[in-house]
Design a protein around this ligand. Structure first.
Ligand SMILES: [Zn+2]
Length: 380
């Protein structure tokens, strides 16, 4: 009777183990290891209890206590780190969740955009960008996933909004803003690429200026509210860098060419996907040196400055979007996307990962030819 009871308890425990590990989604490795452990327990227990019934009082104790001491491996509480509770328009904040699997977690941020998390080394990240046209003030950033709820107050602060009037020749206007087909083609293109969110970090350390150390004139700042001579208006969500035609344009960071081609509105256009929803946008180019799908290294030449599309002179229109929203590209220069911002610098693991991007940045001859090479690049 007792033996029967024991084995029922063990079978029940086994079943519980299998069911609970199945929920985690890590099916084969987890079940395999736990099941084999439990089977060895069964055989050792049954062999020790069978020969002598006198040993029963002793062996019945460890049986009950053993699974209990093994099972309550302390489950760490889910934690969500926030890079800041205050963010200026044109910037972004980062969410990082630890000790919780947020695969499939979608939520709507306080500006009405759908967001999701991307995993890295067991943690989950999400960028919340703030568009320049957002209202400053207090917001609540929240999401729920299963039993877990996150809620934090966020303050969005003002930034200056320059205004600009731009005289454009009637011919250029006709071929660009006033051509419905050209505008529609741009809308299709924009909607297709702005939400791309590759779950791999392709960047390599800090973002750098796309014109290297060339002198340029900033003719239109990010976040300028612009009126064209035909009355059309727009938020200029990039920086216009005026410089001689033919000036080389370099990749602001490593990534994959998402689009390289011609559009009526923006002329020769190149988009670089840096991963995790970060994309750099280059318009009005004279010449393109890359093709769709190419992997580019930070600092690699991608083309030359020109004045194609809706443009009144040679310049590079340089934009960076994060999670579908254009942020201030100049604020990104010299920075690395905010990962690991909360970690204690004394943490050994963290020190290790921090050193890697510095090495890969400094060595220009380190050529990365395959996609796999990029996928192991660490984020600084
Ligand atoms: Zn521009």
């Amino acid at each position: 009777m007792k033996n029967f009871r024991k084995s029922t308890i063990i079978i029940a425990l086994l079943a519980a183990l299998i069911i609970s590990s199945g929920c985690e989604g890590e099916i084969s490795p987890v079940i395999g290891s736990e099941a084999s452990l439990s089977q060895s327990e069964i055989s050792s227990e049954s062999s020790s209890s069978e020969p002598e019934s006198a040993v029963l009082p002793e062996s019945s104790e460890p049986e009950v206590s053993e699974p209990e001491t093994e099972e309550p491996e302390p489950v760490p509480e889910p934690v969500v780190h926030l890079s800041s509770n205050e963010v200026q328009k044109g910037r972004y904040i980062t969410l990082c969740a630890e000790n919780i699997d947020l695969y499939g977690c979608y939520f709507t941020d306080f500006l009405g955009y759908e967001r999701t998390f991307r995993g890295k080394n067991g943690d989950w990240y999400c960028f919340i960008p703030i568009k320049p046209s957002a209202d400053a003030g207090e917001y609540t950033l929240e999401f729920t996933f299963g039993d877990f709820t996150f809620s934090e107050k966020i303050t969005v602060t003002e930034r200056k909004t320059p205004t600009q009037y731009l005289e454009v020749s009637p011919k250029t206007l006709e071929e660009t803003l006033e051509d419905a087909a050209v505008r529609e083609a741009f809308d299709v293109f924009y909607q297709k690429y702005r939400w791309v969110n590759t779950g791999v970090a392709l960047w390599n350390g800090e973002f750098v200026l796309p014109l290297g150390d060339r002198y340029y004139k900033e003719t239109t700042k990010y976040g300028t509210f612009r009126t064209f001579s035909n009355g059309n208006t727009e938020w200029h969500n990039a920086t216009d860098m005026a410089v001689a035609g033919g000036t080389p344009i370099y990749a602001t960071n490593s990534g994959r060419i998402l689009f390289a081609g011609w559009l009526g509105l923006t002329g020769n256009t190149v988009l670089i996907d840096h991963g995790y929803g970060i994309i750099s946008w280059h318009y009005h180019m004279n010449k393109i040196d890359v093709s769709d799908g190419d992997l580019v290294e930070k600092g690699q030449k991608i083309g030359e400055v020109g004045t194609t599309g809706l443009s009144t002179g040679n310049h590079l229109h340089f934009g960076i979007s994060v999670g579908g929203i254009f942020v201030d590209p100049m604020a990104m220069i010299g920075t690395t996307p905010e990962f690991d911002f909360w970690l204690n610098p004394e943490n050994e693991e963290q020190t290790e990962t921090e050193e890697i991007p510095e090495i890969t940045v400094i060595e220009p001859e380190a050529s990365k030819e395959t996609e796999e090479d990029y996928e192991v690049v660490k984020i600084g």
